[in-house]
Structure formats: structure tokens, C-alpha cells
Design a protein around this ligand. Sequence first.
Ligand code: AMP
Length: 571
Amino acid sequence: MIVGIDLGTTNSLIAVWKDGGPRLVPNALGSFLTPSVVGIDDDGRVLVGEAARERLQTHPQRTAALFKRHMGSARTSRLADRDYRPEELSALVLRSLKADAEAFLGQEVTEAVITVPAYFSDAQRKATRVAGELAGLKVERLLNEPTAAALAYGLHEGGSETQFLVFDLGGGTFDVSILEMFEGVMEVRASAGDNMLGGEDFTGLIVELAFSKGLPEKARHDAAFMQRLTARVEEAKRELGSQASTSFDVQWENHHATVSLDTDAFEKLCQPLLEKLWRPIERALRDARIRAADLNNVVLAGGATRMPMIRNLATRMFARFPVIGLNPDEVVALGAAVQAGLKMKDKALDETVMTDVCPYTLGTEIIKRLDNGRHADGFYAPIIQRNTVVPVSRVQRFYPVSPEQTSIRIEVYQGESRLVQDNIKLGSVSVAIQPGPRHSDGVDVRFTYDVNGLLEVEVSVVATGETRRVIIESGDAHMSPKEIAARLEALSALKIHPRDTLENRTLLARAERMYEQLLGDMREHVGQMILRFEQILATQDNQLIARDAERFRQALVAIESDSYFAPEPAP
Ligand code: AMP
């Protein structure tokens, strides 16, 4: 069985191809969204998902989030007494999702299709593969997120020739892709994006509005307050999706602010963000050489496209209604499951072939001869152009600059700038060239970029046929097979909370977070409830635990909704 996984920055989802269609798999708490958060609890066991997310504030030294942003880099996070690479933290999330799917399907899961942002570099893709491997999953395919969204909507089943745009606004990133379906082949024609623009920026504007209404700057340093404020603002943002206006009160020490916002004022506030959406769209259309009017469909993905102002904007931009119907935060996972179905050669999907594009230009450094006869180095020679359909293989010939030269070094870069210093260096490979009559025949440099976004560089000396081949992986960030094996062993030794205890761990983590946020009698009351629930857990009487857990949960919900944003009782 191959599963489809959306390994997200804030949330991850897993789906399977079942009974002829994609199905989302619920986690141990019954939710389709598993927060991409990992923690180590006080007795050294790993917690993943909602329970870990609740502990972000109460146990920051033992909890990690947003590690997808560091995939492909060597940056580690310290949790309890050990450093974790982003691949390992992602692997723990993947493992938890795998366990959910195994419980749901009643069978072992060993293979997966995992989605990645279209802008992910080679190193980031490689790290995602390693994460899968560390979780005990063979990664059948890395699938670009926009392609997954299109698959979820079954656009690959559409008529003859269709072109569509995927508009994906998530929590922290904006991704635009143009896809084309032609004679049963789905192709990503272009992708562009802004990885500093997402739903969180809209939340941020309302937070700033609250500060402008009378909160002092020093309140920003109160982490518990900021978390509460952000949670309330998030709620207000969502309310503005279904009602014309919203209003809430905020209290910090003796400062008080009332925030009132209607949909028009919110849209006006967000104007600068809405304007930033244009550029990546224009660039993607230009790269794909398609006019907005020629698009057959516009697909929305990412939780932030639930905002009516985004839907209206997309409708205005493209002069057509976007296709909706699926939850935008679920479409990527559903599409990954469609791709998994495709891999399993399910009949319903037999016909479709998929292709993607290489999101960046890939090239090498060259030396140029100037008009005055001198040489200058540092110039970029693109070999594979951005948005070329993959798999692609391109060869270009390069010549030695001087007759004394005994080797040629090919430096591999990714990026769009004219000078290599402004691009990202991916690696290098050298070959020896022999002095003699054929010295100046030069070398053929072949770049091959595959569907998983891995780049192979092959350099062959024209005169001798001698060939050097490397798979490019970015510098220090890369883990050697030996290191992967060692990390695999270390991860296997970690104790993980069993699935069936996760619900109770989540309740306790939530209560502890509330204990930190509340003051006075309420705080004392929550403290007593925690103690009582811990004692009930110690009885190991499952019936008693289940009954009390429900009571505990309801009490927490009641306290949270009552005291949420009422001024705090004086100590
Ligand atoms: P994603 O990464 O796709 O899960 O998107 C997460 C982003 O979507 C966050 O910034 C959320 O605030 C935002 N989001 C989710 N649901 C809604 C909603 N109903 N209204 C407005 N924004 C939402």
C-alpha cells in the first residue's frame, strides 16, 4: 500500500487511495490535521502533533515546530538533551502519520508519495527523501504541491487540452503554478512564489491593529500574552469569513484595547498583502507564455484561500470563479493519495502521465573574454532553464581558457542571476584534460534533472571520453549513508507515546498550557483538575479513564470559552 502525505510547515495530513478514490486518514484524536510539532515529554518519550503543539509554550526547550523551513540545511534543534536534524523531526511526524494509516487500514504501510513545495531546492528534496527513509517509508515519489492540488480536483481527467493555475496560499508561503493537461499528460508549465507571504501575515496585521488601539510595546515580550492574542486574532480572522464584522477586547496588565473590524476595513488593511499576490502570478503566466484569459480553471489550495477576500480577488484577477468544493487545506494530501493510486496502477488512473518542471535555472560558472582581450570570471551559464519540463537532460560544451590548463572544474549553481556570486552554489566536479593536439576540444557537461528534483552532473572529456558523474547535493547539509544509518538506529531507540495514550497526553498538555495562562482561582482550579486526572490515569482503569477524560475535556472547553478574553481576575 502506498500512502499520500502532505508534510506541511504547520500541519501534516495523510491520505490513501481506497475504493476508487482518495480518503483522508484521521489521527488518534480523530482529526485529519496533525500539527507538524515534535516534543519530548518529561519522561523522555516523543510526543507528536496536537499534544506537542500544546506544549510549545509551556515546554519550549523540549518542543520543536516549523522545522520544514530548515529542511536541507544542517541546522539542528535541541530537544531535552539531544540535537535533532530537520530530517529527523520530519521523520517523527511521518512515523506518527504512518501509524495512523496503519491503524486505519489494518495493514503495514511501507511506501509513500510525499509532497514538497514547487520551489524546494535539490537539497530540500533530498532531505525530504531522507526523512521518509528515517520513518521507515520508501519514498516512491516527491510530488509538487500544486500538482497534487490539481490531481485532487481530478483535472487530469478533464477533456483534451486544458490549462489551469494553482493558487496556493498557506500559512507562510504563496505558491503559483501553471499546469497543462495535453493528450493524457499533465505538465507543470511554470511555478513561481513568495515564501514570505501567507495567512499568518493577515493575522499579523490584526495583531498590529490591536497594538495600535492602546497596547504597550512591552506586551510583545510577554510570550503567554502574545500566544493568547494571536489565538484570538486567528479566531477573529476566521469569523470575518462568515460574518460581516467582529469585535473583541484585549487586556494586558492595566492596558485595555477593543478591536472592531468589518470585512471592508479588513480588506483595506490587507491591501498591501493583496498587491503582493500579483507578482508571482504574472511571472508564472509569463514563464508559461499563457494569458490569464486562456486558463481553463483556477484551483485554490492552502488554508488562507478560505478568506472571502482571497476568493474574490482570485475571481477578479482571472475573471472566472475558481474551482472549489474540496477543503483547500486538504487538497494537497488528497492529491498525494491520487498520485499514490496512480503508482499502484489503479485502473481509474491508468491513463494519466505526470510531468513536472525544474523550478530554478541550473547552470555553471564560466570565464568570459572581454573586449580588451583580458578574461573575467564569475559569469553564469544556464544549462537547464527555469520551468523546463522534467525529466530533462541538457548538454553543453565548454573549452579550456588557456593551453596550459590541466583540468576543468565545473561549478554547479542554481538561480537566475547573471553573476554566480548571486546564485546558490550546489557543488562542483573536476576532470583532468591532457595536453596535446585535442586539448582544446573541451568537455561536455550534461545536467540531468529527474522527476524527484535530483540533479546529476556528468562531465566528459571530448578527446578521451573520460567521464565523471556526481549527484549534486548541497555541501554540509547532506547526510552520508553512514550518518543516515546511525540516525535511523538512534530514532528507533526513542520511546514514542503509544497512539492510544495520545488523547490523554493532549488533554494534559492543554490543561498545563491553560494553567500558565490563567491567574488566581481559575488557575488553582485547573491545577487541581490536572492532579486529579493524573491520579485517575495511574489507576490504569480504562473505563474510568475514558469517562473522566471526557469530563476533563468539557471542563477545559468551558473554562477556555468563558475566560478566553475576558479581563483576567486580579491576583
Ligand atoms: P495551511 O498551511 O494550508 O494549513 O494554511 C494555514 C493558514 O490558513 C493559516 O494562516 C490559517 O490562519 C489560514 N486559515 C485556515 N482556515 C482559515 C479560515 N477559515 N479563514 C481564514 N484563514 C484560514
